[in-house]
Ligand binder design. Structure first.
Ligand SMILES: Nc1nc2c(ncn2[C@@H]2O[C@H](COP(=O)(O)OP(=O)(O)OP(=O)(O)O)[C@@H](O)[C@H]2O)c(=O)[nH]1
Ligand SMILES: [Mg+2]
Length: 603
């Protein structure tokens, strides 16, 4: 009697090699059977004709259904021990038992191992069934669930398993989960032949350096470092088998079999209080020890005692979040398992994530993922934010939060240009790069505006109280008296009540132009000064500080910052003690006209 897994391979008549995992049939060893049956392309179900359908035959068929193994061949063995009539009765029995299972209608071949009859036919059927199996996907994220770990004299540590989702090559560093230990691949064998690399779907023996046999066991998973992380909470839709002896209750303890691992878990039912036999429901499984699983992995749940297969499902979410609000949780999970790749990816973009991260969460391969991402961005259902993508809905939530923060800041400080950028960023808690992309987009859409180092709602204008307006109107009269020899900011504050903040607000509104730290002018005065300087430069080519002062009726104290201002605006530049024009006259005149209108943005 087979107790544990056995491994062999076979060359098919067409030349292909097929790896074979022999699993125990007896009910006492179902847990070992489960460790071997997961990642297969097809199954060879063996029923002895002299015994017919046994209880374990039904349990095995149910497990195949749960795991989604939906192609195979049935070998009816010991044909030599029964007569024709018995054989045809048994055969009919088996056909009935297959009804409603993934092997319904599968080819059945009568064989005798002792008389060696039917064997060639069996292999041929197996070959044609395998031809219908879909190609193994390569997600560039290889995983190997360990089914055996041992030491081999002259080699050291060896593990075996079925490689899925990617390829491994000799020399590669690997990570062992859940322990997160690192090791290196020293050698690879498939069917006892040494290879440089192994491809997804093959039975593989890895010779590892940097790890001892004692540190490895069945159930652990070998991955490329950093590509998968163990989780303690997984969400899934579980189906309880119609044949289950009882319903599954909330908080019940079950055994979860996934890959080659087996762990205890508690079931949180997210919908009803129980799942009746034949029914299904969204659940969260709280695992006793963390498991390295990926979205889409099929698993089986069993009741520990008396041992019984209850059902299972496919992993829908591995974010590890405990979902408390059940109805919402179910809606999220429904979306994460939606039929199209685009809607699954979208469901994983509830927060800004890199496309790799979102793809892994939705169980998509690189091709599907990239196609879906393009579709989502083109249709506007997702928005790019620097290195990440985010669903439109979540983007809107961020945008609303930013707008609220700004509105509150404007209410608190109506005179201010806006709220400090960092303060706004902390209100949404986005990394700097993504926040900048967010701001850029909202600014482009005309929702918010960048005002120097501050952010504001696009429509925000600093607003003055009635007293401030009165103070401003008195100050303006004073500034207009000798526009190019205006009162200093200190005087404006002491005589007219224009403090720094009010001046900044007036500058923001475009009523004042601040030049340097020590001068404030009316916009018209700045334009007049610039016009005079430009005309002189067009006429004579250069201008001195003294000449500019005399021409405009200003003072040296004011002319110095005004000339620097023109330099800063790219209109003029210093040449010794003089200024010269740096652009053709026509262009200079145009620039003068926009000099203070542009002030508001540049500040
Ligand atoms: N006469 C006869 N005996 C067979 C035939 N096939 C297998 N046997 C015998 O039946 C017994 C059980 O065979 P196994 O191959 O161990 O059966 P199994 O399905 O692997 O059983 P488990 O591993 O316990 O699930 C052995 O003694 C075999 O020699 C056959 O076609 N004819
Ligand atoms: Mg056996």
């Amino acid at each position: 009697m087979t107790i544990d897994l056995g491994f062999a391979w076979l060359r098919l008549p067409g030349g292909d090699e097929v790896g074979i995992v022999d699993v125990p049939g007896h009910q006492d060893f179902i847990r070992n059977m489960l460790a071997g049956v997961g990642p297969v392309d097809a199954v060879l179900l063996v029923v002895a004709l002299d015994e017919g359908v046994m209880p374990q035959t039904r349990e095995h068929l149910a497990i195949l259904g749960v795991l989604g193994v939906d192609r195979g061949v049935v070998a009816l063995t010991k044909r030599d021990l029964v007569d024709d009539e018995w054989a045809s009765l048994a055969r009919a029995d088996v056909a009935t038992a297959l009804g409603g299972t993934p092997l319904a209608g599968a080819p059945m071949v009568e064989v005798s191992a002792t008389a060696k009859t039917g064997l060639a036919d069996l292999v041929e059927r197996l070959e044609s069934v395998l031809r219908t199996a879909p190609a193994r996907r390569d997600l560039g994220r290889p995983r190997l669930a360990i089914d055996r770990a041992f030491t081999l004299t002259g080699f050291g540590t060896v593990v075996t398993g079925t490689l899925v989702d990617g390829a491994f090559a000799v020399g590669e560093e690997i990570e062992i989960l859940p322990t997160a230990q690192r090791a290196r691949i020293r050698g690879i064998q498939t069917h006892k032949r040494a290879l440089e690399s192994a491809s997804p779907g093959s039975r593989v023996a890895l010779n590892l350096t940097g790890v001892e046999k004692d540190e490895l066991e069945r159930g652990m998973v070998i991955v490329r470092p950093g590509t998968l992380a163990p989780v303690s909470v997984i969400s899934a839709r579980i189906e309880v088998l119609r044949s289950a002896s009882d319903s599954l209750a909330h908080d019940e303890a079950v055994k979860v079999h996934v890959g080659t691992a087996e762990v205890m878990a508690r079931v949180s039912l997210l919908e009803a209080a129980t799942i009746e036999p034949g029914a299904s429901s969204w659940v969260q499984l709280r695992l006793a020890t963390p498991l390295a699983v990926a979205v889409g992995d099929r698993f089986v749940i069993r009741r520990p005692s008396p041992p019984e297969t209850l059902g299972g499902g496919a992993v829908a979410d591995i974010s590890g979040e405990r979902m408390k609000r059940r109805r919402e949780a179910v809606a999220v999970l429904e979306r994460r398992t939606a039929p199209t790749a685009a809607s699954r990816l979208l469901a994983a973009l509830d927060a800004p994530r890199t496309i790799e991260d979102a793809g892994a969460r939705s169980g998509l391969d690189a091709g599907e993922r990239d196609l879906a991402a393009r579709e989502l961005v083109e249709s506007g259902r997702a928005v790019p934010l620097a290195d990440a993508l985010v669903a439109r809905e979540s983007f809107e939530a961020f945008a609303t939060r930013i707008e609220r923060t700004l509105a509150a800041a404007h209410r608190r400080a109506p005179l201010r240009a806006g709220a400090p950028r960092e303060e706004v960023r902390s209100s949404v808690d986005l990394p700097a790069k993504r926040f900048s992309a967010m701001v850029e987009r909202l600014a482009r859409d005309g929702r918010i505006a960048e005002r120097g180092s501050a952010l504001a709602l696009a429509a925000h204008m600093p607003t003055l109280t009635a007293e401030q307006e009165t103070a401003w109107s008195r100050a303006r009269t004073a500034l207009g008296r000798e526009p190019l020899q205006p009162p200093s900011p200190a005087t404006l504050e002491s005589e007219y009540g224009l403090d720094r903040e009010l001046v900044a607000a007036l500058a923001e509104r475009g009523d004042l132009v601040r030049i340097g730290t020590e001068a404030v002018f009316l916009p018209d005065a700045v334009v007049r000064f610039a016009e005079a300087v430009v005309s002189e430069l067009v006429a004579t080519g250069t201008i001195t500080v003294a000449r500019a002062r005399d021409l405009t009726g200003s003072s040296r104290k004011h002319v110095l910052p005004l000339l620097s201002f023109l330099d800063d605006r790219g209109l003029t530049r210093r040449s010794g003690d003089d200024r010269v024009l740096v652009m053709p006259p026509e262009q200079a005149r145009e620039r003068v006209a926009t000099l203070v209108a542009r002030k508001k943005v540049a500040q």
